[in-house]
Design a protein around this ligand. Sequence first.
Ligand code: OSB
Ligand code: MG
Length: 369
Amino acid sequence: MFIKRIEMRELRMQLLHPFETSFGVTQERRIVLITVSDRTHTGYGEVTAGEGPYYSHETSETAWHVLRDFIIPAAIGQEIESARDFARFARGIRGHNMAKAGLETALWDLEAKSKGLPLWKLLGGTREAIDCGVSIGIQPTIDKLLAKIDTEVKAGYRRIKIKIKPGWDVEVIRQVREAFPKILLMGDANSAYTLADIDLFKKMDRYNVMMFEQPLHYEDMIDHAELQKHIETPICLDESIHSAEDARKAIKIGACRIINIKLGRVGGHKEVRAVHDVCRDHGIPVWCGGMLESGVGRAHNVALSSLENFKLPGDVSASKRYWVEDIVAPPVEVSAEGQISQRHELGIAYSLKEDLVEKLKVRSQVFST
Ligand code: OSB
Ligand code: MG
């Protein structure tokens, strides 16, 4: 593949509903889309960084900078065999995994299209349909949360994740469990607690919660291993895992029993595969996390969720939960049974609505040979 042209576009997209976590509220997304072309085909990728440095240190702006000034200049005009060779263009760049994944994933889409394959097949996936869950943000009242859960359960979603934070935890979990005795329920704290909160986790341990996601510090493994010794509920790591090496270490010390894999956080499809394999080899199930993506990032998430060890429902849900109109056609849809079927078109298998993208675009930059 000859990297002939790369375009970065920043889009502004309004979420249908504000999304609140322990680290803040998101209403407007700044989405950086990457388009890469060789002489024949075009691949698409999405930078999943947030607007502010709250989930991680990266933002849409830092990703723009790192891509524009370091990654893209190293890639443009280069010939590569496979998207696996992307590492060459990021050599020496520490961190900034979401910036890297923006171009890396676009190259995978391009490679799949050049080879005449759907991306999920090129990645080695086997799941024709993936199980979907939803992530529900912190709500103004518990009644509003219960109503949202009811809507999502009726829509067919197979697992409900609620966001928790100090003051929105034990009582919320208790009431949700009382109202929905049978649902697969989990809580995501986005690093809002410390080991001083062990007793609170012991209280939440009673409600048959599927997992607590990233309860402690965003870089920690040691304290998570300690917390796991005191509770039955499995700990799932999100923020702390940036690579297969991180996953290996976390598993080794007992810091988690489940791992959430996010394409941006680990730097692209190649590392997703590596994290997936380490987890599989240790009997640790994984699931695909979400970052309030547009249809492009969502399509990549659908494809990677086809790998065998994605044994638990992910935060990959329908376009219509996020946007009035998604930028891909068709929109990503979830069946009444709570699944998304893999498509058989080439690459990410969803096409980009160019007119809509141009309308949402606030800036762009083209690099070409
Ligand atoms: O921690 O999983 C998270 C969204 C933004 C940042 C972090 C997280 C999330 C979600 C939303 O939980 C998942 C989604 O619906 O895309
Ligand atoms: Mg999370």
